[in-house]
Ligand binder design. Structure first.
Ligand code: BTN
Length: 328
């Protein structure tokens, strides 16, 4: 853990003396030196100068506590970080932590997921070191019926985080895929836990999978034409820790105003939604119907018009909506 704390101090920039680090972290000078050496062995380039101390010059692209914690000071979301190398699924781990009593604000990340999960029982490919696989734990004091729009708010927050880091604003395919030029960039899986006796909401886990530094070969052939990564869009790699920090900060801002700030999130959702104004297919296991997507109502539901002119309100999770042409 000293290594993460030393890294976090070095991340503040400039030279930091061994003595200052030792005092601030409450560890010995030898402990500081050991942490520096450990970081160097991991690929961090750390300059040292007599009487000045240590300065971080180059850092590998890692999602780890020492890279994130400095940017998240004071935020509830990310107030506890569990940055893992490899896990079955960060959502599953976050749920395990929730069931053992972890506080809200916990964020779990992983370099790789061996059993990444998507909606409707699908998998989510999570190649090592390429994407951001992140789950955040929330325990709002709300009824189950009051949180049905939470995933839509998360989608807006993720767009905010991507915009803050990468200066492009992706769009939202109702309800919660984030797309860019019609291809999927981010998947979101929100899961809930209930108290068994009372049936009250116990926790929510928002799981976010962002395609960051994937090249086309990092996507399986069957999704290659439908998926996009930020590196493909920008033509350069993106530092995942910087992006993860911006996404976590955007989630924190979102949650601080949930549900009072609805007008802001609804407006951003509507402005960024690519589903409205298009012909879509409403897909259930039993049927496939054509409709025209009219608007997003005040509950973030999708209002569609059927061929006869009748209107129907589609609630998240009821049906799958596919654009008729291409992915969106
Ligand atoms: C989807 O597109 O169907 C949702 C994909 C959600 C993937 C993320 S990656 C982090 C978190 N852990 C998981 O197992 N799933 C979510």
């Amino acid at each position: 853990m000293s290594r993460e704390k030393v890294l976090s101090l070095l991340r503040q920039g400039g030279y930091v003396s061994g003595e200052a680090m030792s005092q601030r972290l409450g560890i010995s000078r030898a402990g500081v030196w050991k942490a520096i050496e450990g970081l160097r062995q991991e690929g961090y380039v750390i300059a040292s100068a007599p009487n000045r101390g240590y300065r971080l010059e180059e850092a590998p692209d890692r999602l780890r506590e020492g890279e994130l914690s400095g940017s998240l000071a004071g935020a509830l979301v990310g107030s506890k970080l569990l940055c893992l190398d490899c896990i079955d699924s960060t959502n599953t781990e976050c749920k395990r932590q929730a069931m053992s009593g972890a506080p809200e604000g916990l964020v779990v990340t992983a370099e790789e997921q061996t059993g990444g999960r998507g909606r409707r029982g699908r998998g989510f490919q999570s190649p090592r070191g390429k994407g951001i696989y992140l789950s955040a734990l929330f325990r709002p004091a709300l009824e189950l019926s009051q949180v049905s729009d939470f995933t839509a708010w998360v989608a807006v927050a993720v767009c905010d985080g991507i915009e803050a880091c990468c200066h492009i604003r992706p769009q939202i395919k109702w309800t919660n895929d984030i797309v860019f030029q019609g291809k999927k960039l981010v998947g979101i899986l929100t899961e809930l836990g209930m108290e068994s006796e009372s049936g009250a909401l116990d926790y929510m886990v928002a799981g976010i999978g962002i395609n960051v530094n994937h090249g086309s070969k990092d996507f399986a052939p069957e999704i290659r034409d439908m998926a996009y990564s930020l590196a493909q869009i920008l033509g350069r790699p993106v530092r995942r820790a910087e992006l993860a920090a911006q996404v976590i900060l955007a989630l924190d801002r979102m949650y601080a105003g949930y549900p009072e700030n609805k007008a802001e999130y609804l407006e951003k959702y509507r402005a960024g939604c690519v589903t409205t104004g298009r012909q879509v297919q409403l897909i259930t296991p039993a049927s496939r119907r054509e409709a025209f997507a009219r608007e997003i109502d005040d509950q973030f539901n999708l209002v569609v018009e059927l061929p006869g002119g009748a209107r129907e309100t589609i609630c998240a999770g009821e049906v799958s909506v596919r654009g008729m042409y291409g992915y969106v």
